[in-house]
Design a protein around this ligand. Structure first.
Ligand code: SAM
Length: 269
């Protein structure tokens, strides 16, 4: 017997047929769609509002469709030559707006923020975008385990292949960070330029994620300006909200200011 299709199923199906959102994890579409269906006047408006939100939190960072087959072919050509492989990573990092912005500071970013950490065996890179391609810049031992999550299934499949080519032990999986927040143990969590995105879909997201994470060290960052570079007061706005969340929990915090990003190394004590 066929069960009746709910409005949420219909909304998710209507969004997943569009090429732009075909590879998005259904968990994110459904979480946002459920809320829009509750507050919008019609199904059509709810679909439109869900698409707008998906664009704001994810789609906007990919200005054009990434050709992952071509990216893998480029990486395969340079495997075995560390400098050439790193150069290919640099080219590919330009394809996601967020990692493109990190390129000018990449040489100093991890060297500075992670300088005083004890040996790191497991890293979680949450809402990673293409950031795992910066692994060649990270100061970890070759045995480190690296786990990456973002909402795109095609991007995660690509990053899984990338880790194989880079000789990195780990996995990349599609995941909406709020259904439910990750709580697997790790030594270090990277939450780079992500809390503002999550808070656009849930105003308690930062506190929820911070309380779920099971890691002694968190590297958390915020963009120094908005996408497109207009709003320069944004960094102050984010950090004014973020720092009290850490202080309330009694954790230690070390700030770092870079040209394109404000970072905080948090030590849970
Ligand atoms: C500003 S980018 C940051 C990417 C990466 N962390 C970096 O610093 O380059 C925000 C990322 O969050 C991802 N994202 C948005 N909402 C998410 C969610 N609910 N769960 C997981 N990832 C999410 C987007 O796809 C995008 O890659």
């Amino acid at each position: 017997m066929d069960l009746p299709t709910s409005s949420l199923d219909k909304l998710a199906a209507a969004i997943q047929v569009t090429p732009k959102y075909r590879h998005l994890t259904p968990d994110l579409i459904r979480r946002l769609g459920e809320r829009e269906l509750a507050v919008r006047g019609s199904f059509k408006e709810a679909v439109k509002a869900t698409k707008n939100k998906l664009h704001q939190v994810a789609g906007a960072y990919q200005e054009s469709k990434i050709n992952y087959d071509r990216a893998l072919a480029q990486l395969r050509k340079t495997v075995g030559d560390a400098a050439a492989f790193q150069h290919t990573c640099t080219q590919l990092l330009r394809l996601h707006t967020s990692t493109a912005e990190r390129l000018p500071i990449l040489d100093e970013f991890y060297r500075t923020t992670l300088a005083d950490l004890p040996p790191i065996h497991k890293v979680l890179d949450l809402a990673c975008g293409l950031n795992p391609l910066t692994l060649p810049w990270m100061p970890f031992s070759p045995e480190v385990e690296y786990v990456a999550y973002d909402v795109y299934t095609d991007m995660m499949a690509f990053l899984g292949e990338f880790m194989g080519l880079a000789g990195v032990r780990g996995r990349a999986e599609p995941r909406d960070l709020l259904t439910p927040p990750p709580n697997e143990p790790a030594d270090l969590v990277l939450l780079l330029k992500t809390l503002p995105c999550l808070e656009q879909t849930d105003k308690h997201a930062a506190a929820t994620i911070l309380d779920a994470l099971q890691a002694p060290y968190l590297l958390i960052s915020f963009p120094a300006h908005s996408l497109g570079g207009r709003d320069k007061g944004m960094a102050t706005h984010y950090t004014d909200q973020f720092i009290p969340l850490i202080q309330q929990r009694g954790w230690q915090i070390t700030p770092f200011t870079f040209a394109t990003e404000i970072a905080f190394l948090v030590k849970k004590v």
